[in-house]
Each structure stands twice: as structure tokens, then as C-alpha cells.
Design a protein around this ligand. Structure first.
Ligand code: BTN
Length: 284
């Protein structure tokens, strides 16, 4: 653990502590220049008993992980790679499926707060600016039954230029610097992120899902759009993304059903079953 007060390459940990308005999140910081994956490190720390709200922060990851086993491009110094250990009371584990969505919402709010960018969310938990990905969330449950610990992994593209992205994601990804026109202080971003995330998690825990659902839908780039939901390389559902269900699922009204068959049934899609969601532009 890096003591508060120490300046670590790109983060000022004393300034971070001073800017935090949280009770738990970020009060203990495990910082390392390079890690395989902050999520893997946080899972190990959680199993060893690290406190609720502890965070793992790195400048670079050598094996950063994205959803569904994808690689998360994690070069040195210009991005934000953070994992948060969140310990839940068993009574609150009903909100488990909302944690990735609430985390994406907190990330969006932190970006708005620090750079006033117009941020939208692509279901389930992609953070977008100008229709390009600026961040992603990977939540992983620690341990088995009886343990309610989740590691919330957040990756945000902060001060990189488009030449920093590998060719397969160039054009699909953006950064705060690219959108804002100048560099952004990463300590300010992480402080805002942790402040917003604690508010979002407390609200879910104490008030239930309704305000989070409304705030999520208000920032959604998916609801109201015709979409293709890829379930595998060859299997997909197409239709109108109509709403978000009370468990965070996406409700899709399929198209191309003959009118004689009546109103097409609403399909509920869960994030764990989805490879990716694509917006369909022209539908004839
Ligand atoms: C996605 O959109 O596929 C999710 C990406 C999550 C990346 C973050 S970076 C910090 C944390 N550590 C990891 O290995 N992954 C997450």
C-alpha cells in the first residue's frame, strides 16, 4: 500500500485523500506502477480481507481484462485503471446485477464533473463520448456462496491521443483529452469517480433501484434505438431496445414478426449473455 501523502508518478495520493468525500471508497489505496490486472490484484486482496472501499490503482497493466475475456489495452501513464473492493451485506445482494450499471453511471458523472463532456452509456456498461468508447466496467464476484464481495474494475481513457490506440480500436475509442482538447488531471478524475460511485452504491443499497434506473435511462445511448444484440458470433436478436428491467436486463421488442401473430413478445436480455450491442442505422 502506498501511504497517503506520497506522489506516485501520475497521481497525487495526498490530493486524492483531500478531495474525497467518501466514507469508505478510496480510503485505502494499493498503488503500483505496473500490475497484471488491478481486478486480479483486488480479488486477491479481497480474499485476504482488505477493507470495504479499498482501491487498487496502477499506471499500466500487462494483462488488463475486459468483458468476456477480451484484452483491455493498458499502456503506461495516460489512462485510469482502478479496481474497488465492495463488500455487501447479504440483504443487499439483490442489487448485484445493478452494480455494473451504477458504476458506469458514476463514471459518466465523474467525466461530466471534471470535463463537462456529453457522456452517454451503451447498455450494459460502456461509457461513450461522441459515440466512441471512453471507458468500460468489469465487475467480478469474489469467492463463492455466502461471500458478497464484488470487485468493480473501471478503465477510463484520459490523456491518450488516437495514435496511442491499437489499430483495431482506433476510430472506435476516444479519450477525455481528445474530446476536451487538453490534458485532464487524473487525480481529479479518480476523486470525482470515487465520490460519485459511493453516492450511487449507497443510493442503490438504501433506496432500491428506481432513481438509478431513471438516471441510467436518461444517459442511455441504447434505449429507443433499433439494435442488434450479438449473443455469439452467429446468433443475434434485432429489435427496438425498449426499456431496462428492474434487474438491469435490456428489454427488446423484436422486429420482423408478421402482424397476424400480434404484438411481438418482449425479450429480456441479460448482460452476461451478450457479446456486444450494435446500433442499427437505416431500417427499411
Ligand atoms: C470492458 O469494457 O470490456 C471492461 C473493461 C474494464 C477494464 C478495467 S481497467 C481496470 C480493471 N482491471 C482490469 O483488468 N480490467 C478493469
Amino acid at each position: 500500500m502506498t501511504p497517503a501523502g506520497e506522489i506516485s508518478a501520475g497521481y497525487d495520493l495526498a490530493a486524492l485523500q483531500a478531495a474525497l468525500q467518501t466514507k469508505a471508497l478510496g480510503r485505502s489505496v494499493h498503488y503500483m506502477e505496473t500490475m497484471e490486472s488491478t481486478n486480479s490484484a483486488a480479488m486477491t486482496l479481497a480474499e485476504a480481507g482488505s477493507a470495504d472501499g479499498s482501491i487498487v490503482l496502477a499506471e499500466a497493466q500487462t494483462a488488463g481484462r475486459g468483458r468476456r475475456g477480451r484484452v483491455w489495452h493498458s499502456p503506461q501513464g495516460r489512462h485510469l485503471f482502478c479496481s474497488i473492493i465492495y463488500r455487501m451485506d447479504d440483504r443487499h445482494s439483490t442489487w448485484l446485477s445493478w452494480i455494473p450499471l451504477a458504476s458506469a453511471l458514476a463514471a459518466a458523472e465523474a467525466i461530466v464533473q471534471t470535463a463537462r463532456l456529453p457522456v452517454l452509456l451503451k447498455w450494459p456498461n460502456d461509457v461513450l463520448v461522441s459515440e466512441k468508447k471512453i471507458g468500460g466496467i468489469l465487475c467480478e464476484k469474489v469467492g463463492g456462496q455466502g461471500q458478497s464481495v464484488v470487485v468493480i474494475g473501471i478503465g477510463l481513457n484520459i490523456n491518450c491521443d488516437h495514435t496511442d490506440f491499437p489499430s483495431d480500436i482506433d476510430g472506435l475509442a476516444t479519450s477525455m483529452k481528445m474530446e476536451y482538447g487538453r490534458s485532464v488531471n487524473r487525480t481529479d478524475v479518480i476523486a470525482a469517480l470515487l465520490n460519485r460511485l459511493e453516492i450511487r452504491l449507497d443510493r442503490l443499497r438504501l433506496e432500491g433501484v428506481s432513481e438509478t434506473l431513471a438516471a441510467y435511462v436518461a444517459r442511455s445511448a441504447t434505449i429507443g434505438e433499433q439494435v442488434r444484440i450479438m449473443l455469439s458470433e452467429s446468433e443475434y436478436i434485432e429489435g427496438l431496445a425498449e426499456s431496462i428491467g428492474p434487474d438491469g436486463c435490456l428489454r427488446v421488442r423484436p422486429q420482423s414478426v408478421p402482424s397476424s401473430e400480434g404484438d411481438p413478445t418482449l425479450i429480456e436480455v441479460r448482460s452476461a449473455d451478450v457479446m456486444c450491442v450494435r446500433k442499427l442505422t437505416a431500417i427499411s
